[in-house]
Design a protein around this ligand. Structure first.
Ligand SMILES: [Zn+2]
Length: 163
């Protein structure tokens, strides 16, 4: 569980940098905006993705819509994916924004997938890729096979829904 121990330590250090000030954190977000899509800034920030999403900078699946700051946060590897895959992820996140999602539940993931799909993005290709990245990440985290197996039905349901 070295991965998780590193994450807790890293998250604590990361958050301490900003104290309790959301203003300071927002300034740091603004410094890292790489583009704006549909009025939504895209922020590429590996440390924030690791601290907030628990996804390290070696995996091509680190992205989320932050409803508090109204930005899409992603890591460098996800940002540098080929455009077809990256755009599908970005439009999935725009779906969460557009649909007013505040949490991560399976039915909301399915809705955001459909939003991306209906905007012409290749959600199927990116979900197949994310499934492989999830398996790779769980192995790096040292999770037992049964935990990995338990996580697969959710992603498989999403893949089937966009096939
Ligand atoms: Zn989502």
């Amino acid at each position: 569980m070295e991965y998780l121990e590193n994450w807790y330590k890293h998250q604590t250090e990361f958050m301490q940098e900003f104290g309790s000030s959301e203003e300071v954190f927002e300034q740091e977000l603004n410094k890292r905006v790489v583009t704006t899509i549909n009025d939504t800034p895209i922020v590429v920030w590996d440390d924030a993705v690791f601290a907030i999403l628990q996804i390290s900078d070696e995996f091509e699946m680190g992205a989320a819509y932050h409803s508090g700051f109204k930005v899409i946060l992603m890591n460098t590897k996800t940002w540098e994916m080929k455009a077809e895959l990256r755009d599908a992820i970005i439009w999935h996140e725009l779906g969460h924004k557009s649909l007013g999602h505040e949490s991560i539940e399976q039915h909301q993931e399915l809705e955001a997938d459909q939003f991306s799909l209906s905007n012409g993005k290749n959600m199927h290709a990116v979900l197949v890729h994310i499934r492989a990245e999830l398996i790779r990440m769980f192995a790096v985290m040292g999770l037992p096979q049964e935990s990995i197996d338990a996580a697969m039905p959710a992603i498989d349901e999403r893949i089937a829904a966009v096939a």
